[in-house]
Design a protein around this ligand. Structure first.
Ligand code: MEV
Length: 315
């Protein structure tokens, strides 16, 4: 294959849902932060012939990608349609530090980085709405019924209070706090978890809708805690949210164990983050020393990877 020198890069960061995963699908509020410690970059290079992909999971023709990458295929096709270019003469190389299927928004980030890379390659500009449209379409393929929070958070740099189809609200954390993020090392199952929650809601609407409402209320109260810098209240709300997420059956033993270890190590609160059934959990600490202690405990408990994130900006 002849590779020309002409190439461009597009990138996107990960995301963490602080409060409101799953209930956000049902119109309740959620709170999310961009997680810049991890990210995805996609390099587009001119080539000859069919479009080819180079990633950790797959190398070869875009036409022959396995079904798990149908979201990537749709993203590339929709972007090329938008910039009015044919499906050919391109090579896309994907590099990621976002662990896949761990609740950190890797599918939304890969779609975002791909769109940005292709748009740059053809020297075009697209609006934020057009970008979000394509990423949300890709998320439908990956997750079935996305709320849009992952797409929103990986395409923006703001700490956000998000309600589906409503204007977003930027948040600023008053004070200092640290979020410890730990990866169970298990692949999460967002698609299955979202569809199982839908079945639970179908079968026991009164009970499950009440749980979803409680999660929404906790997200709402957390917004106030964030605005006033009340870390202790925020921690309590996080732990309560984990209890409700368990009722929705989206936690698992590995997540529960890390949540318990974080609380034993002095965390102000802890919960799963993202789709659940594996993937990551988060814990809240008042200062860096406490965060460090919790992170060490989580590593001892065999968390695959641990990050410390300063709420309000730096990591
Ligand atoms: C996944 O990161 C968050 C969920 O609430 C699904 C969604 O909002 O699309 C589980």
């Amino acid at each position: 294959m002849e590779i020309l020198t002409n190439s461009t890069v597009g990138s996107a960061h990960g995301k963490i849902i602080l409060m409101g995963e799953h209930s956000v699908v049902y119109g309740e509020p959620a709170i999310a932060v961009p997680f810049e410690a991890v990210g995805i970059s996609v390099e587009t290079t001119a080539s000859k012939g069919e479009i080819t992909i180079d990633s950790n999971y797959y190398q070869g023709s875009l036409d022959l990608v396995p079904s798990q990458l149908d979201n990537l295929k749709a993203t590339i096709h929709r972007t090329l349609d938008l910039v009015e270019k044919p499906y050919q003469d391109l090579h896309l190389a994907i590099q990621s530090t976002i662990p896949a299927e761990r609740g950190m928004g890797s599918s939304a980030a890969v779609a975002t980085a791909t769109v940005r890379s292709l748009v740059n390659f053809f020297n075009k500009e697209i609006s934020q709405e057009e970008l979000l449209d394509i990423v949300n379409e890709a998320e439908k393929i990956a997750h079935g019924n996305p709320s849009g929070i992952d797409a929103w958070t990986v395409t923006n740099n703001d700490f956000v209070y998000y309600v589906k189809e409503a204007p977003f609200e930027k948040l600023t954390f008053k004070g200092t706090a640290f979020i410890i993020v730990a990866d169970t090392g298990q692949t999460g199952q967002t698609l299955k978890a979202v569809s199982d929650v839908a079945s639970l809601v179908d079968h026991s609407p009164e009970i499950m809708e009440a749980v979803i409402k409680k999660l929404g209320k906790l997200a709402h109260k957390s917004k106030k805690a964030i605005k006033t810098g009340d870390v202790h209240a925020l921690g309590r709300f996080m732990s309560r949210a984990h209890g409700h997420l368990k009722k929705l059956t989206v936690s698992n033993d590995a997540l529960d164990l890390l949540v318990e270890k974080a609380l034993d190590a002095g965390a102000l609160g802890a919960k799963l983050t993202g789709g659940g059934r594996g993937g990551c959990m988060i814990a809240l600490a008042e200062d860096y020393l406490q965060a460090h202690r919790i992170a060490s405990q989580l590593k001892e408990a065999r968390a695959d990877k641990v990050w410390i994130y300063e709420l309000g900006g730096k990591q």
